[in-house]
Design a protein around this ligand. Structure first.
Ligand code: ADP
Ligand code: MG
Length: 283
């Protein structure tokens, strides 16, 4: 069974396709809480979609550069990064790097430079829409662009919300999961009113689910009652292989494709792809 799953996920023959959307889908992966699985979700969904016939770009918008690390993309000081696009108008295509070993997957890295952007953006022209312009100006059309947000609601996250059509919110299945979410939703509503009228919270993903606890089940019910069909059927379990993968510069998809973590992210990616086809992209 595990070997079969691994073949399905690694797709060595390239035979298995997740349907491609009819227009580029830009998803902002946001939650101002740290450690809820934003980066893990970004990296694994991006790899899953790219392994199954989609052209995918990951934009690392967190100065910690965890998505760049997870995809094994160089992001030490001095490497051209998303900061250069936001502050100095460098075209995105000039800083995007191909992800080794995963055809059709590209990453715009974040270096430590990005730490200053939150403050420097305050005084630049059109400070909220710098990323939107950079993505729109990319000559190539990606099927998916995933923007991995920092754990805050500052100008970097606002840039991501302006650049996206969809918001994907990972929610960790723990007691305080819903606390603070109102603040995120309020910010999304503000951006919708003033800057990006078609922005839609399209997808909620439950992460780090521990089925041994009754609490996880209660949180899941809460989230499903509150967000209804936006919540993916696929739930990501707490799985040690998921947390080991980044230290090898890999996603769990390639690090241990037979693991429950990989299977769950594969299912989540497939659901996202199917929804994109059924609704014509952004709902
Ligand atoms: N499903 C999972 N099972 C086990 N560990 C996980 C899982 N998802 C994420 N982690 C670990 O939890 C930590 C926080 O995840 P991360 O994706 O970096 O969160 P965020 O980007 O929201 O701060 C990381 O160490 C990551 O490896
Ligand atoms: Mg992160």
């Amino acid at each position: 069974m595990e070997a079969l799953r691994a073949v399905q996920i690694l797709n060595p023959s390239g035979e298995i396709h997740m349907p491609r959307p009819d227009h580029p889908r830009v998803l902002c992966v946001a939650n101002q809480k740290g450690g809820v699985g934003k980066t893990t979700t970004t990296v694994n969904l991006a790899v899953a979609l790219a392994l199954h016939g989609n052209r995918v770009l990951v934009v690392d918008l967190d100065p910690q550069g965890n998505a760049s690390t997870g995809l094994n993309v160089p992001h030490h000081a001095g490497v051209p990064d998303v900061y250069d696009c936001l502050i100095d108008n460098v075209p995105l295509a000039e800083v995007a790097q191909a992800v080794e070993g995963i055809p059709n997957l590209f990453c715009v890295p974040a270096t430590i430079d990005l730490a200053g952007a939150e403050i420097e953006l305050v005084s630049v022209v059109a400070r909220e829409s710098r990323l939107q312009r950079a993505i729109a100006g990319h000559p190539e059309k990606f099927d998916y662009v995933f923007i991995d947000c920092p754990p805050s609601l500052g100008l970097l996250t606002v840039n991501a919300l302006c650049a996206a059509q969809e918001v994907l919110i990972p929610i960790q299945c723990e007691y305080y999961a819903l606390e603070g979410l109102n603040q995120l939703i309020n910010n999304i509503n503000l951006v919708r009113q003033h800057l990006n009228p078609t922005l839609d919270v399209s997808t909620i993903l439950l992460t780090m689910y521990d089925r041994r606890t009754r609490l996880a089940d209660a949180v899941e019910q809460d989230v499903r009652n509150h967000f209804g069909s936006k919540v993916l059927d696929a739930v990501i379990p707490r799985n040690v292989r998921v947390s080991e993968a980044p230290s090898y510069g890999q996603s769990v998809m390639t690090y241990d494709p037979g693991s429950r973590g990989a299977t769950s992210y594969f299912e989540a990616a497939l659901e996202i792809a199917m929804r994109g086809v059924n609704t014509g992209g952004a709902a």
